[in-house]
Write a protein that binds this ligand. Structure first.
Ligand SMILES: Nc1ncnc2c1ncn2[C@@H]1O[C@H](COP(=O)(O)OP(=O)(O)OP(=O)(O)O)[C@@H](O)[C@H]1O
Ligand SMILES: [Mg+2]
Length: 302
């Protein structure tokens, strides 16, 4: 397995071997990000394979994955570093007993040894031979303030700790930023990244995902499930199902020893793909109770 991408085709091929199906546009973005050492910004609906990109890249490059999960209220300290107060205190006690001077003690306790590295600092200071993959997941959940701070970090991969000085990344981590677009992320941040929108998959892509993710699945069954999913996404639901739901559903059906879709089975397992009561009600009333529609869903093909 290469640690270097020579072509877009190679990216797509290696991802597929690692069980991730990427279309040409995504493979191109990953190729360029790797070559130009630029962060990737992935936006898209829930469950379409954004986070998985970072996991699979780390696997391909056989390097570590450092993950920063964003949430409301996440601040620079939590993302970057904190001082290890208990350890510092203990050290002060010991040094005092040894009658060390105040300056000496202070120098000692504000050294890297007493830092608790949070994901961003860890990525910058990563001492590994290979640069790590840094996943900044669901950036849209963090506040704009945090976004501005992140902009700085991503611009030059260096941070200044007042007591220590400026630390610079030896090897630039490969950065994957994801967003579900619950709010718009600032242009300035996007500008520093290669942007890619991951859409719901095409029939072909979704079929390949099922085939690669679910061992032992039969081709005809995978095709039937794919066609069903492609069709159901055309309905105006509160929450359309993503790829996660497709995989969960196919897995559930297989666990129940079903290898084709039938009326009662779909009815009983619809909760695997629709997660709002309103959507389930709508599905049952407008689609499943309608003979013609139902048979269309069950016999749908590419
Ligand atoms: N192109 C793909 N190839 C293989 N597996 C995929 C692909 N897209 C999605 N999956 C699978 O679907 C599931 C959901 O993917 P993932 O968690 O990456 O979605 P996400 O876009 O990050 O969702 P969310 O917005 O909810 O965090 C995972 O199990 C992943 O392996
Ligand atoms: Mg995700």
């Amino acid at each position: 397995m290469g640690n270097h991408f020579d072509s877009i085709d190679q990216v797509a091929r290696e991802l597929a071997e690692a069980h991730y199906i990427a279309d040409r546009a995504l493979a191109t973005v990953l190729f360029l990000a790797h070559r130009l050492e630029k962060p990737i910004f992935l936006e898209g609906e829930p469950g379409v394979g954004k986070t998985e990109v970072a996991l699979v890249m780390a696997r391909l490059f056989q390097t570590s994955l450092i993950r920063l999960q964003c949430y409301e209220g996440l601040d620079a300290t939590t993302a970057l570093y904190e001082w290890n107060y208990p350890k510092q205190l203990l050290h002060i006690r010991i040094e005092e007993q040894q009658k060390k001077g105040k300056d000496e003690i202070e120098r000692a306790i504000y050294s890297p040894e007493f830092l608790i590295k949070r994901p961003l600092l860890e990525a910058i200071m990563s001492a590994e031979e290979k640069s790590p993959v840094l996943l900044i997941d669901e950036i849209d959940r963090s506040d704009e303030e945090f976004e501005a701070f992140l902009l700085e970090v991503l611009s030059d991969f260096q941070i200044t700790i007042p007591e220590i000085g400026t630390l610079r990344a030896g090897k630039r981590p490969m950065v994957v930023v994801t967003s579900n677009r619950t709010r718009d992320v600032h242009d300035a941040l996007k500008r520093r990244c290669l942007y890619h929108w991951i859409d719901y998959p095409s029939f072909e892509k979704e079929y390949r995902i099922i085939m690669t993710r679910i061992p032992g699945v039969e081709e005809d069954f995978a095709r039937q499930v794919t066609a069903f999913m492609q069709k159901i996404r055309g309905v105006d639901f509160l929450k359309k199902p993503g790829v996660s739901e497709t995989l969960d559903w196919a897995q559930a059906l297989m666990t129940m020893h079903h290898s084709f879709l039938e009326e009662e089975v779909v009815d009983a397992t619809i909760g695997c793909i629709l997660k709002y009561q309103e959507d389930i009600k709508k599905f049952k009333e407008e689609i499943w109770n309608d003979d013609e529609q139902r048979s269309q869903y069950l016999s749908a093909t590419a």
